[in-house]
Design a protein. Structure first.
Ligand SMILES: [Zn+2]
Ligand SMILES: [Zn+2]
Length: 268
């Protein structure tokens, strides 16, 4: 069992001590665990978020997590990574950071669209569902072309989590052109599509939803990761069994884990 996307107290929105996560993960039988704390340089371009969102202390984070990786190397495979919040203006900062702090796995995420986190209501003000979702998907598409190295595209459909619509599902058929462009680019670039189980409130088991995962497979996509996006240890491997079944039913045979940016196949 592998989990490629988790958070610790180095993320602004988590209080989880990694020293408690690791024994918990070992007890649960996890074989591989990636810590991917938020690096939110995108938030530096919104005055309010500058005040309210704590930036990661990279020195302390990499020191502690790499020490833990070493300390537990015979008991649990630990990867140290980052989740970088995409914004064009922030790319030079990420280039510097990723040079200075080598990761095993780098997750490329879109949280902010038009300088607003699309997890917040204000993002949806004065937008139709179609406008909001199209802008979000365009941001994902643009994020695929950043100049720094990344391995995984996170949680496509994040915009749905707090969307204020009666029918808020992001259906493949309604956005098929842009979704196909995204999936084809992921495949061409040799990146992995993350299957994220932090999907509460979306009406789907996974982000992206199974229709989109199915389309990825149809287009020839093989690289997928599982990410619980756990902000507390109890959420590690959330829905892992159900998602494994789903992936098998879609004819996937392997999940992938990353060490020093190399994808390693693990049988589902
Ligand atoms: Zn995220
Ligand atoms: Zn995350």
């Amino acid at each position: 069992m592998i989990d490629c996307h988790t958070h610790t107290y180095y993320s602004h929105d988590s209080k989880q001590d990694p020293k408690e996560t690791i024994p918990y993960a070992i007890e649960k039988g996890i074989d591989y665990l990636a810590f991917t704390d938020h690096c939110d340089k995108d938030c530096l371009f919104n005055e309010e978020y500058v005040k309210t969102i704590r930036q990661i202390d990279l020195d302390s984070c990499f020191l502690e997590l790499n020490n833990l990786k070493d300390q537990y190397k015979n008991k649990l495979e630990i990867a140290v990574g980052l989740e970088c919040g995409f914004m064009n203006q922030a790319t030079p900062m990420y280039e510097e950071i990723l040079k200075k702090y080598p990761t095993d796995i780098t997750i490329n995420s879109v949280h902010l669209v038009d300088f607003i986190d699309c997890y917040f209501k204000e993002f949806f003000a004065k937008k139709t569902k179609e406008e909001a979702y199209t802008k979000y998907l365009e941001a994902i598409y643009n994020s695929l072309f950043v100049p720094y190295h990344y391995d995984v595209i996170a949680h496509i459909g994040y915009v749905v989590r707090k969307a204020p619509y009666d029918n808020k599902s992001l259906e493949y058929k309604d956005y098929s052109d842009i979704i196909d462009s995204i999936l084809k680019t992921i495949i061409e670039k040799g990146k992995a599509l993350e299957i994220n189980s932090h999907a509460e409130g979306t009406g789907s088991l996974t982000l992206p939803n199974p229709e989109i995962i199915k389309r990825y497979k149809e287009l020839g996509g093989e690289l997928i990761t599982f990410g619980s996006d756990a902000h507390k240890k109890e959420k590690l491997l959330f829905e892992y069994d159900n998602i494994s079944e789903l992936l098998k039913s879609l004819n996937f045979k392997y999940l992938f884990k990353y060490l020093e940016h190399n994808p390693i196949a693990v049988k589902i």
